[in-house]
Design a binder for this molecule. Structure first.
Ligand SMILES: [Zn+2]
Length: 124
């Protein structure tokens, strides 16, 4: 198979399939955790095949070490530290850190913009 980037429509379909697989994994986890793990595996295979990044909303739903599906309160613990979300996988004990600095920066930027506009208002 040809390597490299796939056309956009193909990536869109791949992303939809990953979405379906993770939604199903989420539904089935309480009853059939082993199925959820198979769905994660399938989703990862799709991402690999299409040379694409795992959608960010799902990237934090499986362990980067053992690749198990993670369900908060069931097999993972979520803590908030200063600038990241710390997710501990209770299957293998691995700790995944997801920084949320981007959001923080965005908020700061918005705040600055707000200050600038209000300053302008007082000058006039
Ligand atoms: Zn794990």
């Amino acid at each position: 198979m040809r390597r490299g980037r796939r056309p956009k429509w193909m990536l869109k379909i791949a992303e939809e399939r990953i979405d379906i697989l993770f939604n199903r994994a989420d539904e089935q986890f309480a009853i059939h955790p082993e199925r959820s793990n198979r769905y994660v595996k399938m989703a990862r295979n799709i991402a690999k095949k299409y040379n694409m990044k795992m959608p960010s909303k799902w990237a934090k739903r499986f362990c980067r070490n053992c690749h198990y599906f993670m369900k908060p309160g069931l097999n993972c613990q979520i803590r908030l530290s200063d600038s990241s979300v710390v997710i501990k996988c209770l299957e293998c004990g691995n700790i995944n850190k997801i920084p949320y600095i981007k959001e923080k920066k965005e908020r700061r930027r918005r705040k600055n913009e707000h200050n600038n506009t209000s300053k302008k208002g007082t000058d006039e």
